[in-house]
Design a protein. Sequence first.
Length: 314
Amino acid sequence: MRIACVGAGSIGMLVASGLAAAGTDTTLITRTGEQAELLNETGIQLLDGGGERGVAIRAHSYENKTAPLLDGAEKPYDWVFLTVKQKHITEPLLDTLHHLLGEQGKLVCFQNGIGHVEKLEERFPLARIYLAVTTEGAKKLSPNRVAHTGQGWTTIGHAGTDIGGKEQNLLEKTMNEAGFRTFLSNQMIEIVWNKLLINAVINPLTALLRLRNGELPASGERRRLMRDLLDEGLAAANASGIRTRDDVWEQLLDVCAKTAGNHSSMLQDVSEGRITEIDWINGAMLEAGARHGVPMPHHETVYRLIKAAEPANT
């Protein structure tokens, strides 16, 4: 099995290093040629419970047009893990994915939020698109160093309803052998929405209040804001025909507790003056609510505040 991870952020580096360390034929596709060159020289420096170790990795840059992603002797990849943020799914990146996948390869999407499957469907058959939701904790420390900050689980399934097949079973086995507790599911839309409901509370509030995840539920006012956002999200999900779990509030509090020391990705983006993923999280939820006439004033407020905190398009 040949796997390419497209996106050398925290999750991409973590998953690629785990697969490579377990002996899977793995390539990490970076954006810049500088990072690819560094990774080819040093490997990925992985920090986990056992200390720090180097993992040799093959890396290519999709922006470096002088270095081919596949040489003449190489076949396209069996699986391509897309581990970039939604804002980075551009036409040049889609061209790269088409090159890596060939006519048979399958794409596994690790994105937060919703809306990317529809964009990918414009270029790839739905039958070759899969979704992944992971709770693995990872933090990128430098272009060649990543920390595994918390053990979690990963669920993978077809973007439609298909679950079976030897290829999917082999992928599940490969991920488990690499140290990632992985399961297959045929209910990925519900699982993606369940994560979306939680992210749409934690991410914008921690970014606006400049809090670590564990600090968010520490006061009554914050918990009321959390509850208001969750209730609006649940209303939008139910109006969209999405089945939601009865214990989402308890899950939300549990995520805050288990990731207590973490800075959310949206907080990191706002702090460092980057564009956030708000359009694909709360923004996507607002669109779902608007389609079904569900009022979402709290989501509208946090969405506008985060957009106001982003760098100006000047």
